[in-house]
Design a protein around this ligand. Structure first.
Ligand code: MEV
Length: 316
């Protein structure tokens, strides 16, 4: 039986998390060192319509029907079937593996959705264009995140650095000069939905202070876009530091994240900030290639579980 395989990268938010949910711009890039992968095989011996789902990383081995309702995989598969006007899948096994840490801000949920949509649509003989993949993955993001901006599914589907604004057409980011980011994982799982919910509660209770923070962060994302497009990468470190300070004021940082950001700067990074929803998950540090090792060692001494060095490459 032929296998239909697809994979999708992780992502990292460089600037603008949370404020992007409220319409401000944000910058994100794919992280290809970590990936989610989906493999679909027809199962001619199984009763018609039986879809077996195996995801050993999260100890899931179930039929589609037995998954809890709601469940992101159920949702992604029914959104795909509705999009294609199909009633159900032919009997098959869907195997999902991922090297993207869960609830760490690296987009594991969106990457799984994108890989599953690509593999299943190819299996059904209707491989989807990027636009449809991103739109359908967004449906599952709503279940993971509550009120997602759409940045994760967009950057992961298109696999390009983006300047993203909710509800606007995708704007790929022109990178004049490559730069390196060190991503450091606190190992503290932080579901995006909880941080997003708390930011929303604060905004609902008293919109003005939250709006002022979103505006400041939106301004930083815009300045960072200009710097990246003009090759003025030396401006990015200070912009990251500023963005982190606003995220602290928003209440989504934590003692661990602040310690790691300070350690990265002390070890020579040009700037550092939390990345993603906050509370746990990752920080990113802007590093010169020859400093990456020393910053990585300092972060490991400060307690991080893992570092990933990723390059935001020059656009062609
Ligand atoms: C999560 O990767 C980024 C947040 O801004 C949420 C979102 O944009 O949906 C925290």
């Amino acid at each position: 039986m032929p296998a239909f395989t697809a994979s999708a990268p992780g992502k990292v938010i460089l600037f603008g998390e949370h404020a992007v949910v409220y319409g401000r711009g944000a910058i994100a890039a794919p992280v290809s060192q970590v990936r989610a992968r989906a493999v679909v095989r027809a199962d001619p011996h199984a009763p018609a319509g039986t879809v077996r789902i195996q995801a050993p990383d999260i100890r899931l081995d179930s039929t589609l029907d037995q998954l809890p309702d709601p469940h992101p995989l159920r949702l992604v598969i029914s959104a795909l079937l509705a999009h294609l006007g199909a009633q159900r899948l032919p009997a098959c096994t869907l195997r999902i593996t991922s090297s993207i840490p869960v609830a760490s801000g690296l987009g594991s949920g969106a990457a799984v959705s994108v890989a599953v949509l690509r593999a299943l649509s190819a299996f059904l003989g209707h491989p989807l264009p990027d636009e449809a993949v991103s739109a359908l993955a967004f449906e599952a993001e709503k279940l993971y995140h509550g009120t997602p901006s759409g940045i994760d599914n967009t950057v992961i589907t298109y696999q390009l650095p983006v300047y993203f604004q909710r509800g606007r057409a995708i704007q790929t980011l022109q990178v004049k000069q490559a730069f390196d980011l060190l991503i450091a994982d606190t190992g503290v799982a932080s579901p995006t939905s909880l941080a997003v919910r708390d930011v929303r509660r604060a905004w609902e209770a008293d919109p003005a202070p939250s709006e002022a923070i979103f505006d400041a962060i939106g301004g930083i994302a815009l300045a960072a876009r200009q710097a990246i497009q003009n090759g003025e990468n030396e401006r990015l470190g200070a912009l990251m530091d500023e963005n982190h300070a606003w995220l602290q004021r928003m209440g989504v940082s934590s003692a661990e994240l602040d310690t790691l950001v300070a350690s990265a700067r002390a070890a020579g990074a040009q700037g550092a900030k939390l990345s993603g929803a906050g509370r746990g998950g990752n920080i990113i540090a802007l590093v010169e290639a020859d400093q990456a090792d020393q910053v990585s060692r300092a972060l490991t001494r400060a307690g991080v579980k893992r570092t990933i060095l990723t390059r935001v490459a020059t656009s062609h």
